[in-house]
Design a protein around this ligand. Structure first.
Ligand SMILES: *Cc1c(COP(=O)(O)O)cnc(C)c1O
Length: 422
């Protein structure tokens, strides 16, 4: 039984009691064509811009203008060490130790770099297990790694599929795959929160199962970072990657993050690609030295990073540090639980929520499956100033994010949906 109530007054009351409500004002909210704020439910795709981002970027533009190359050491936030300003708060967000986390590159690039180190196929053990309906980029990345090592993706990619007539993947099926084929699998690489269904997987359970069978285990946390309690360190996973432009609100195409478990931090023999930014910071500029591997996740860096993008990430992470994931998740569960309650109250046969109903097995996103794949429902929401997204074949994804979405946003969305369905 839900503790939520129907009616606008209840939504207003929830907003008044919400200790995070003021954060909404710290974001730019796009406007609908009638001049009112849109109801933005696509923070899972591109997070909104914090109002502070401009100042953070401006600082670096100013320092570049006035200092030129000297900014590497003389800027207010010296560029040489800028990424270190992000490490602690990013580690907090993903539940890792600072030595396990680095902000660099973009997600798919990082996924490849991680597979260079953690996908080491042999003739006997070369398969990669991914979840069915994985995000296309992950699937392409995994297939191309197989080809790179001389294997045929048709033999090399194993899918963890939902059962016939079901939407969610089932752990018993995973156990069965591992029992039967565990010895053939080199790597398990799962989208930690599935982009389509919103299912948040049990990282620890999957990692333990994988390790028991001698596999490496990694997670793509694009839909997890800034959304759910990832507890990457405790999960025991070998690696993880994510982006910062979804729930972490750092702007289109902004840099991604990577996690490498502490147990690999000082493992210098691990195969990897290197560049000058993987080299010991103390002697990096001597330029003539033998390569000297940096310990920890920092040792996977290749290039000196784009400071303007990092400034945007810093603006966002400072806000996350202020709020803390714990508080954020409390509101998130309340907000999404309310959303689910209202949707169920509609009692419509035309829509069905496919996201897990257990709040510990999802983040803020609810995926609404539309009967007969009727895309008109999504178009009508958009026309009404409600920004959701449509994912083929038949799902509308809605992600009420706890930092800037309100209970009234959710109320208004469902009212509009009710109107359209009738
Ligand atoms: C968003 C997303 C990506 C995007 O990859 P980029 O390299 O940042 O373009 C990849 N995988 C998943 C699961 C995603 O959700």
């Amino acid at each position: 039984m839900s503790h939520h109530k129907l009616g606008l007054a209840y939504a207003q009351q929830k907003d008044q009691a919400d200790t995070l409500a003021s954060y909404r004002d710290r974001f730019h909210i796009p406007k609908h064509n009638d001049g009112t704020d849109v109801i933005y439910m696509t923070g899972n795709s591109l997070g909104l811009q914090p109002k502070s981002t401009k100042e953070y970027i401006h600082q670096e533009l100013e320092d570049w203008a006035s200092l030129g190359v000297e900014g590497h050491t003389q800027a207010k936030n010296p560029w040489l060490h800028y990424h270190e300003l992000l490490t602690n708060s990013m580690a907090e967000v993903v539940g890792a130790k600072p030595i396990e986390v680095i902000v660099m590159n973009t997600l798919t690039v990082n996924l490849h770099l991680m597979m260079v180190s953690f996908y080491k196929p042999s003739q006997k053990r070369f398969k990669i297990l991914i979840e069915a309906d994985a995000f296309p980029s992950d699937k392409y990345a995994v297939e191309s790694q197989l080809i790179h090592h001389g294997f045929d993706p048709k033999d090399g990619v194993l899918l963890w599929k939902a059962r016939e007539g079901e939407e969610l993947a089932n752990y018993e099926d995973l156990e069965a795959i591992m029992e039967n084929q565990g010895d053939d699998i080199a790597l398990i690489m799962i989208g930690g929160v599935n982009y389509y269904t919103g299912q948040f997987f049990d990282f620890k359970r999957i990692t333990q199962l994988g390790h028991k069978h001698g596999c490496m285990v990694g997670f793509d946390c694009a839909h997890g970072a800034g959304n759910v309690a990832l507890n990457l360190h405790d999960s025991g996973a070998d690696f993880a990657v994510w982006c910062t432009y979804k729930y972490l609100n750092s702007g289109p195409g902004s840099l991604g993050g990577a996690f490498v478990h502490e147990r690999h931090a000082h493992h210098k023999d691990l195969n990897r690609f290197a560049g000058w930014w993987s080299h010991n910071k103390a002697t990096r500029f001597k330029m003539r030295d033998e390569f000297d591997q940096l310990p920890g996740a920092e040792g996977w860096q290749l290039s000196n990073p784009p400071i303007l993008s990092m400034a945007a990430i810093r603006a966002s992470l400072d806000m996350f540090a202020e709020v803390g994931m714990e508080q954020l998740i409390v509101k998130s569960k309340e907000l999404t639980g309310y959303f689910e309650f209202l949707l169920k109250q509609l009692g419509s046969n035309s829509i069905k929520i496919i996201t897990p109903s257990n709040p510990d097995e999802r983040g803020c996103q609810l995926s609404i499956q539309v009967k007969n794949a009727d895309k008109a429902l999504h178009s009508k929401l958009t026309e009404a100033g409600i920004i959701t997204d449509w994912r083929e074949p038949d799902v509308i994804r809605c992600a009420p994010t706890p930092l800037y979405n309100s209970f009234q946003d959710v109320y208004n969305l469902v009212e509009k949906l009710k109107h359209i369905l009738n």
